[in-house]
Ligand binder design. Structure first.
Ligand code: PMP
Length: 398
């Protein structure tokens, strides 16, 4: 029956994490997976989430199925977080939000929905992008192509080339855009670049699909929603998949959402109906505990304020590690420009290290990063940043 099945090579990032855990060297450093670790190298449980969970437990109650679209309070809070409370798109009923199984669940439900309703469309992702984007959309039957994005020469965005490519796409093409904290490069569009991109999206009648997995890790919760809000202000129809995995440190709870911002309430209602059907066909309904965490943390003024402070502290710790790595490397390898560590945003930085140099870092120095040269800056702390810089400098010296 199953003899013909091809072996799955495994996910390279998860495989690297396994190799890291198996490594007996005590000074090992894990900069591989996109997870926030605290100063002690631990995965934090945020007090805001802990307090929300205590309240959920105290309230007790049964555990019924949620509706296909998820919990109403959670969905309403998500829409407000994305667009800002009282936004006209919300009050006019033009936002169709579903609670999903992580933002991966949201991205995938959106992909299946779009394959049904825009079957001829192609999907365009940034070069490079999170590898799973391609897998997910190809898995839904799409042809996936890339638009120019990262400029290895400058460490910035190939913005003119990106616009040129997008200007040449057929109408109704789907353009996947990282709303902030680009994974893997850490290189984001500036507000001015978003403002220049929006007319192209509108004129070419493209469908923007935003991935907002790191809201709050760039410059702040509202600042990182710039793209979401600018697209709404411009009156575009678009999708946005957002995640709480990192921002609430609830990775395994699978808290995420998918929202479609539409031209009219009638359209949003149609989209919501078909999103519900898409969910029904895949996993029927999302988890109730995930919904309650998000609804409590966002919906209670005190917990919300606490969470915002905790998120700010995570963001600031990452920024401090960027400064420390930059300073140490600049001393150890003078003449090289490490300014990209300071200009890049969020958890990730593209180091420009080759796959061979990455292998050397792992084998000789027990510093783990993925072979594209991406590091997860959130894996650094005051106890390992100097050693990491020394290892990187040694590898760069050749
Ligand atoms: N998008 C991007 C760019 C990501 O990096 C991730 C997680 N690594 C996700 C989506 C998915 O996150 P989750 O399913 O945990 O919400």
């Amino acid at each position: 029956m199953f003899e013909h099945i091809q072996p799955y090579a495994g996910d390279p990032i998860f495989a690297l994490v396994d190799a890291f855990h198996a490594d007996a060297r005590p000074q090992k450093v894990n900069l591989s997976i996109g997870i926030y670790f605290d100063e002690q190298g631990r995965l934090p449980v945020l007090p805001s989430v802990q307090q929300a969970e205590a309240r959920i437990l105290a309230a007790g109650g049964a555990k019924p199925y949620l509706p296909m679209e998820g919990d109403a309070a959670c969905r309403a809070e998500v829409a407000k977080l994305l667009l800002g409370g009282g936004h006209p798109a919300i009050t006019e009923g033009r936002v169709a939000t579903i609670q999903t199984v992580g933002s991966s669940g949201g991205l995938k439900v959106g992909a299946d929905f779009l394959k049904t309703w825009l079957p001829e469309a192609g999907v365009w992702v940034s070069d490079p992008t999170w590898d799973n984007h391609r897998s997910m959309f190809e898995g839904s039957g799409f042809r996936v192509e890339t638009y120019p994005y990262y400029d290895a020469a400058t460490g910035g965005v190939r913005f003119d080339a990106m616009l040129d490519t997008l200007r040449g796409l057929p109408a109704r093409s789907i353009v996947l855009l990282h709303a902030c904290c680009h994974n893997p490069t850490g290189v984001d569009l500036s507000p001015a670049q978003w403002d220049a991109l929006i007319p192209v999206l509108r004129e070419r009648q493209l469908l923007p699909y935003l991935d907002l997995a790191y809201q709050g890790f760039g410059d702040g919760i509202d600042e990182d929603a710039y793209a979401v809000r600018a697209l709404a202000a411009a009156g575009l129809t678009y999708f946005v998949a957002n995640s709480f995995s990192k921002s609430m440190s609830v990775y395994g709870e699978r808290c995420g959402a998918l929202s479609a911002v539409c031209a009219t309430k009638a359209e949003a209602d149609l989209v919501l109906g078909q999103l519900r059907f898409t969910v029904r066909r895949i996993y029927s309904s999302p988890g109730i505990h995930a919904a309650k965490i998000v609804a409590h943390v966002l919906g209670d003024a005190d917990l919300r304020a606490l969470w915002q402070a905790e998120l700010a502290a995570m963001r600031e710790r990452i920024a401090a590690m960027r400064v420390a790595l930059h300073a140490r490397l600049t001393t150890l390898a003078p003449g090289r420009d490490f300014g990209y560590f300071l200009s890049q945003r969020g958890m990730f930085s593209y180091t420009g290290l080759s796959a061979a140099q990455v292998d050397q870092l792992r084998e000789q120095h027990a510093v783990y990063l993925i072979r594209s040269g991406r590091i997860c800056v959130a894996g650094l702390n005051t106890g390992n940043v100097d050693r990491t810089a020394e290892a990187m400098a040694a590898v760069l010296r050749g």
